[in-house]
Design a protein around this ligand. Structure first.
Ligand SMILES: CC(C)(COP(=O)(O)OP(=O)(O)OC[C@H]1O[C@@H](n2cnc3c(N)ncnc32)[C@H](O)[C@@H]1OP(=O)(O)O)[C@@H](O)C(=O)NCCC(=O)NCCS
Length: 151
């Protein structure tokens, strides 16, 4: 079965929530609620953030196996009044489907949409293990990019 990708919608919110729950559980992070409450709260968050947080999914045989989110944010106006940039967040492929190209495929779909939307740039905070993946789909290191993190 081939892996396909598409932009997800609020209609996919429960599947997106279930994937996010799996990702958090895999990371070993503590969640202050049970799975059902988390799914409901995440579903409502997806609904409320449709304009700014665009989900993209990879599917195989009808199942959602991976996800990547594109945060779209507005920049201070310059010579052009409307300027936007993007940030890639919460990229996840279920463990049993890894290293088969789903991550690269969903990121390629996301970047195609970033291009269509005219985003000036797209950033990502990668784990060191995933850097080659992002480089393969077109990300590069920039000398002028700095970041600050809360300790
Ligand atoms: C990162 C991740 C989304 C890649 O999905 P994938 O479908 O396996 O990706 P692809 O098959 O297209 O590409 C494989 C690449 O993913 C990266 N990768 C593989 N396993 C990984 C892992 N456990 N954690 C992080 N990155 C991984 C590597 O860059 C690998 O390329 P390489 O073998 O040449 O180094 C997936 O491994 C994952 O969900 N990891 C856990 C969550 C995570 O680390 N998210 C990204 C944080 S920035």
């Amino acid at each position: 079965m081939p892996i396909t990708t598409r932009r997800a919608t609020a209609a996919d919110a429960v599947k997106l929530a279930a994937l996010r729950w799996r990702q958090i559980a895999e990371g070993g992070d503590h969640v202050d609620s049970d799975r059902g409450a988390f799914i409901e709260s995440f579903r409502s968050w997806v609904d409320d953030h449709q304009a700014t947080h665009l989900p993209f999914v990879a599917e195989m045989d009808g199942d959602v196996i991976g996800v990547a989110w594109l945060l779209v944010a507005e920049r201070v106006p310059g010579s052009e009044r409307r300027r936007h940039f993007g940030d890639v967040q919460s990229v996840y492929v279920v463990p049993e489907m890894r290293n088969a190209g789903a991550g690269a495929a969903v990121l390629a779909d996301l970047l195609a949409e970033a291009s269509r939307l005219g985003l000036e740039h797209v950033t990502v905070h990668s784990s060191s293990r995933a850097v080659p993946l992002y480089q393969r789909v077109g990300f590069g290191h920039g000398r002028a990019w700095l970041h600050w993190s809360r300790e």
